[in-house]
Design a protein around this ligand. Structure first.
Ligand SMILES: *Cc1c(COP(=O)(O)O)cnc(C)c1O
Length: 370
């Protein structure tokens, strides 16, 4: 007789819902018998520029080493990141995407009896990592879709081990400024690890967003996570990192897989850090595309949440599921965010000018038909 392995799974694991990613282009192409080349995907906050030529060259040069294990210490990349941020390489933790870093934090500090504090409408991986560790989720109501940092600080108790904050936040694009971060960090007790998730910070430069790295020397309980998946355009390779105190990095190093970042990702990330021109082009494409979408929404009399990320959440003021379906039928993939408690919104990743226009044209048609 076969056993019920769902019933045998740990109770908190039974309560988990899997992460729902953006629909892959090939999946929609199969479903609707469309040419994948004609599908526009603006659903996963991916970089629309395609990979940097320097990154591709670095990967090609590394291919003869495929039979070997990667450098498990990630020496070269850690060295480069340490130089970039003027920190000790021992403060750097590399992850299989920054998602990995978030999970390492949960594995090291969360368990039944403890809790993690995060905001409503925040990144879906925070509850998944917390629940998977058997800890309690303290989800704090958002204020105008943004983190309510005062309420989050007030939700911390003696069993809180981790606070996740994202700046800018995904899927809302909302952000907090330096004064707000200062006030928050000064209120958080020293036993609570603050994970400042800066997955989109490269898009928010030249603004009043705080640079998390500047706070590390003052707050030994702070960890800043960043990724190569967004502005650096390496989402497929899965590479991200955290900068923290040496002690926190040492703990994370104990719970990670020995070879959590593969060798192609390591060389690609090193090359990406040097490709200033690509990063500049990413930023420019994004700011122009954001303007293009905002102008389009204005013409369509739609409202949206101002965003500092590479995406924007637009509010249709009614269930957005049917609009999403109609866009899919036009070969346009965007992201429904009902699972984030925002059923009237769709999140649109900023694409190239041409992709943005195709989306706006399809949306115009869909809204006329509705
Ligand atoms: C995309 C994203 C990440 C991490 O993505 P990785 O590809 O795992 O590095 C982390 N946090 C937020 C808020 C994100 O949107």
């Amino acid at each position: 007789m076969s056993s019920d392995f769902l019933a045998l799974a740990l109770p908190h694991v039974q309560g988990l819902s899997p992460y729902v990613p953006g629909k892959p282009i090939d999946e929609l192409a199969r479903e609707l018998a469309l040419d994948p080349a004609n599908i526009v995907k603006l659903a996963s906050n991916e970089n629309p520029l395609g990979p940097s030529a320097k990154v591709c060259a670095a990967i090609t040069a590394e291919l003869p080493e495929l039979t070997r294990y990667p450098d498990g210490s990630g020496f070269a990349l850690k060295q480069k990141l340490a130089e970039r941020y003027a920190v000790d390489p021992a403060q750097v933790t590399l992850g299989n995407g920054s998602n990995d870093v978030l999970e390492l934090v949960a594995r090291a500090w969360l368990a039944p009896g403890f809790n993690a504090v995060f905001s409503q409408h925040a990144f879906a991986v925070y509850p998944i990592a917390t629940i998977a560790a058997g800890a309690e989720c303290r989800q704090v109501p958002a204020k105008d879709y943004a983190h309510d940092l005062d309420a989050m600080a007030a939700a911390i108790d003696s069993n809180t081990r981790v606070v996740f904050i994202a700046n800018p936040n995904n899927p809302t694009g909302t952000w907090f400024n330096q004064a707000a971060l200062n006030a928050f960090l000064s209120k958080v007790p020293g036993h609570v690890l603050v994970v400042l998730d800066e997955a989109y910070i490269e898009y928010a430069a030249d603004s009043d967003l705080p640079d998390g790295m500047a706070y590390l020397s003052r707050y030994p309980n702070l960890l800043v996570s960043r990724t190569f998946s967004k502005a650096y355009g390496l989402a497929a390779l899965r590479v991200g990192y955290a900068i923290s105190s040496v002690v926190i990095a040492d703990v994370l190093n104990r719970v990670r897989q020995p070879f959590n970042v593969n060798s192609l990702a390591l060389v690609a990330a090193c090359a990406a850090l040097d490709d200033i021109e690509y990063l500049e082009r990413s930023r420019l494409t994004n700011s122009q595309g954001m303007q293009q979408l905002e102008d389009g929404f204005k013409r369509l009399c739609l409202s949206w949440i101002p965003s500092r990320g590479n995406f924007i959440a637009v509010d249709f003021k009614r269930d957005a599921a049917t609009i999403n379906q109609a866009l899919l039928a036009q070969g346009i993939i965007v992201r429904p965010i009902a699972g984030y408690g925002m059923p009237t919104f769709l999140r649109i990743s900023i694409g190239t000018a041409e992709e943005n226009q195709r989306f706006l044209d399809a949306l115009t048609l869909v809204l006329q038909q509705a």
